[in-house]
Design a protein around this ligand. Structure first.
Ligand SMILES: [Zn+2]
Length: 370
């Protein structure tokens, strides 16, 4: 299933919307519509109330994209490719081809996003200050008195939200930018992997504290804490795998005996094959031509009674993901994550020479990581 849609390209980077985002955007608009001033437009008449609320939601997410572009711009300048920027439920994610391992570059890159957010917040604050109600002090600016002009209120809301976005992202925990800043800072004092572990540990502690706070005060904090905890663990794991697999070639860890199946085979026969050879996935080859890949998961989609008549060609994955023997093992890990698959076909030239599975990778990480 397609889970994200491309909006367009900026600086050559595809900007994508994840489907969860299509749920959160109306939710944000709705929240702005029912919230009284200063943080909403519930006092406005229809349809202006909804027009302004939608405008606020769209502007907010535009600012999130600009924040991500801040990261991307610095990354590109230092030669790291950006695959895409995807807007998710909880904001944006720039998907990098690789994490820069030079702490200074990572520091600059991590700071660039919040930098953009603070900059937008500052510009909007200046614009606001030209039009603000006469005699309004700084504390009024932050807390007090509803702004009667709804357009000026929109400017104020965006100013505050951008500043909050900048501050929130500087929290010292993965997957926030502050986690990366912390790691970069630590990495100048210890090995990269140790710095990652320490930073992830601090992030997890932070998440636990935030979760406890949320338990007593606000459910949302618990939810955010949960995401921070997961983010910290994932960052730790993927960095570890990346570092350990560095310099390891695919041919060193792949399984060399490859059992292939044909597309005309019935799913029932395939099940027997799976039992006999104990692999969970097989390349589908017809007359020496690679046609796709079929796995146990594909089999499970076919009801037991129909397995005799359904052919492998009807259930196989036709998208062929393959690598060359001499490619880095890290690439296999990356391709599996990006395509959400468990195994990759390995070739030598055009010929299939092996297969590398997630299990092969994890085993290698275990052995080499000792
Ligand atoms: Zn960021």
């Amino acid at each position: 299933m397609k889970t994200s849609f491309q909006l367009g390209k900026i600086m050559g980077i595809p900007i994508k919307l994840h489907i969860t985002f299509l749920l959160i955007l109306p939710f944000f608009a709705w929240s702005f519509a029912i919230t009284p001033p200063r943080f909403g437009f519930s006092d406005q008449d229809l349809p202006l109330r909804y027009v302004l609320s939608m405008a606020a939601a769209v502007s907010l997410f535009t600012c999130v994209v600009l924040h991500e572009l801040g990261h991307s711009y610095i990354a590109k300048k230092h030669g790291t490719n950006i695959r895409n920027i995807t807007l998710f439920l909880f904001g944006g994610v720039s998907s990098l081809e690789e994490i820069p391992k030079n702490p200074r570059t990572e520091l600059k890159m991590a700071m660039a996003g919040p930098g953009v957010s603070f900059f937008i917040g500052l510009i909007l604050t200046i614009i606001y200050s030209f039009f603000k109600p006469a005699g309004e002090s700084f504390t009024d600016y932050v807390f007090l008195s509803p702004i009667n002009d709804p357009y000026l209120r929109l400017v104020w809301m965006m100013a505050i939200l951008n500043i909050v976005l900048g501050i929130f992202n500087l929290l010292p925990a993965f997957p926030m930018d502050g986690g990366r800043v912390l790691r970069a800072w630590l990495a100048e004092r210890m090995s990269y992997i140790k710095a990652t572990r320490e930073a992830a540990g601090i992030g997890k502690m932070f998440a636990i504290l935030m979760g406890i706070f949320g338990l007593f005060y606000n459910f949302w904090f618990m939810l955010i804490a949960f995401f921070i905890y997961i983010g910290a663990s994932e960052e730790e794991k993927s960095t570890e795998i990346n570092l350990i697999l560095e310099g390891v070639k695919i041919k060193d860890i792949m399984s060399k005996e490859v059992q292939t199946v044909t597309s005309g085979m019935s799913v029932e026969d395939l099940v027997e094959y799976i039992f006999r050879f104990k692999h969970m996935g097989y390349p589908v080859v017809d007359d020496g031509q690679l046609k796709g890949m079929v796995t146990f998961t594909d089999v499970q989609k076919v009801p037991k009674g129909e397995r005799k008549v359904v052919k492998v060609s009807q259930v196989m994955n036709k998208k062929i993901v393959s690598l060359q023997e001499d490619d880095d093992a890290v690439n296999a890990f990356r391709l599996m994550t990006v395509n959400n698959i468990g195994r990759i076909i390995v070739r030598k030239g055009e010929k299939i020479s092996g297969i590398v599975s997630r299990t092969d990778l994890l085993r290698a990480v275990q052995v080499l990581g000792e």
